[in-house]
Design a protein around this ligand. Structure first.
Ligand SMILES: Cc1cc2nc3c(=O)[nH]c(=O)nc-3n(C[C@H](O)[C@H](O)[C@H](O)COP(=O)(O)OP(=O)(O)OC[C@H]3O[C@@H](n4cnc5c(N)ncnc54)[C@H](O)[C@@H]3O)c2cc1C
Length: 427
């Protein structure tokens, strides 16, 4: 993870874990009736759980400012881990803080929804977890034919209902309702989060800008290139190496936005180019689509170019596997003045995409590419590093297992951790 990115991520964790619950806990403790002292910890657990659930919903709106700060993959990891801990805290709250009637009913229904969705999400929605735990990845692969990503998204939205039930649960408790400062904080935070959610779904620019698919051509077996023309005037902020969400609201099966990295440098063109591998329903249906077609494009998201700008490296080393080459292509096109070495491995010769681009870039005096079917040897990659390891920024893009292997290898060799950056194709 890049140096500054590392610090920003740490800061984001600190804010999420300690700062956000503070105003809730402070106002709660200040207004706690004397007779309720014994319940303080149990209720505090419930309050922290509620704050983290609100935060999880807010992160689910994919705020662009948060993406540019820490990246969506990291934001989603915070979303997932804090939701898990929140459910544990809610369990402590439930067992140590007895309640009756409607208060118990709303709390219990919400808790059961959270728990069921947590178990489901650990397999189907937590890419940051399944990419690290092969056992969960295997279960996901087996069941994914039935529980498709779109089904998972729909079920995941039940978390909103459960959070709303907790909001009602809070109103039903007399001594909490009469704590005006606390209720004010609860109202402000809840309305802000639900408003942000609705805006992210229904707002005028919620799905991004309307664009036109102008071509769809096959690049290799199961990989197609899509050229998309953006309107002459639009308010998307696109940078090299970014990814965008695309959706086709008028085409059944393609309505849900999916993320894909830019292959080209968006600064040089009104068009954006995507190279997409058919991995599931959306991406395979896309291969059959005929141009022209209307679609929505939202973005940009991603940190590759931000990392380069922050570190201003003398050299870039890019390591990519399979379809993970896409953002690297965009970065190479956009940074011709930085000495760059690319290692790209793929499973077939055809999947070593865009040979013509590599041939063209090879005319640059500061560009070297190594492309092969299979895996690179450690010695070959390490030999390409400069003597001054502080002067290189390493960008990794591809399968999580490959990325973790190279991160460990490069760190062991002495490349500072802060100079290695990997943006996962999933969260
Ligand atoms: C930052 C980023 C950049 C990406 N860039 C590219 C690229 O340049 N080229 C390319 O071929 N692929 C890219 N992907 C992967 C691509 O988004 C998924 O392969 C695609 O969304 C799968 O959708 P599907 O319905 O065809 O397959 P499904 O069978 O529904 O899903 C296959 C897997 O993709 C993931 N996935 C599905 N839908 C989404 C979604 N809406 N958001 C996040 N993950 C999802 C799920 O983990 C699922 O297990 C990128 C992913 C991310 C997160």
């Amino acid at each position: 993870m890049s140096k500054n990115h590392h610090l920003r991520t740490l800061l984001a964790w600190l804010v999420a874990v300690f700062v956000l619950p503070l105003p809730f806990l402070y106002t709660f403790v200040q207004g706690l009736p004397a007779g309720m002292e014994g319940q303080k910890l149990a209720i505090a657990n419930g309050i922290i759980a509620y704050v983290w659930m609100l935060l999880a919903i807010y992160i689910g709106t994919k705020p662009k400012w948060l993406d540019r700060l820490i990246g969506l993959p990291v934001a989603y990891m915070i979303h997932g881990i804090l939701s898990m801990v929140a459910i544990f805290l809610a369990m402590l709250h439930k067992s140590a803080s007895p309640s009756y009637g409607l208060i118990a009913l709303t709390g219990n229904i919400a808790f059961n929804i959270f728990l069921a969705l947590l178990l489901y999400s650990l397999i189907f929605m937590a890419g940051w977890l399944t990419s690290r735990v092969p056992f969960l990845a295997t279960i996901k692969k087996k069941l994914e034919t039935t529980f498709k990503h779109e089904v998972s998204l729909a079920l995941h939205r039940l978390n909103l209902l459960a959070t709303f039930l907790i909001f009602v649960h809070i109103q039903l408790i007399d001594y909490i309702r009469s704590n005006v400062p606390f209720m004010l904080v609860v109202y402000l935070a809840t309305f802000f989060v639900f408003f942000s959610y609705l805006r992210s779904k229904l707002g005028k620019t919620a799905q991004g800008v309307q664009a036109q698919l102008v071509s769809n051509r096959q690049l290799a077996d199961n990989i197609h290139e899509f050229r998309i023309q953006l309107p002459a005037k639009h308010d998307l902020t696109l940078r090299a190496g970014d990814f965008v969400f695309i959706s086709f609201p008028d085409i059944k099966g393609l309505e849900e936005p999916h993320p894909f990295s830019l292959v080209n440098n968006p600064k040089n063109s009104c068009d954006i180019v995507l190279a997409i591998r058919g991995d599931g329903d959306f991406t395979r249906q896309l291969q059959e689509l005929e141009a022209p077609a209307q679609l929505m494009v939202n973005g940009g998201y991603g940190l590759y170019q931000t990392i380069i700008d922050e570190q201003a490296p003398k050299e870039i080393l890019a390591i990519s596997g399979g379809i993970g080459i896409t953002p690297i292509l965009s970065i190479v096109e956009a940074n011709p003045n930085i000495k760059t070495t690319v290692f790209h491995g793929a499973s077939t010769k055809e999947a070593l995409l865009y040979e013509e681009k590599f041939l063209e870039w090879s005319k640059r005096p500061n560009f070297v590419a190594h492309r092969l079917v299979g895996r690179f040897e450690e010695e070959e990659v390490l030999a390409s590093l400069p003597k001054e390891l502080n002067s290189v920024t390493v960008l990794i893009s591809g399968p999580a297992a490959m990325a973790r292997y190279w991160m460990a290898c490069l760190e062991a060799y002495g490349v500072p951790k802060g100079q290695i950056f990997y943006e996962e194709f999933g969260w």
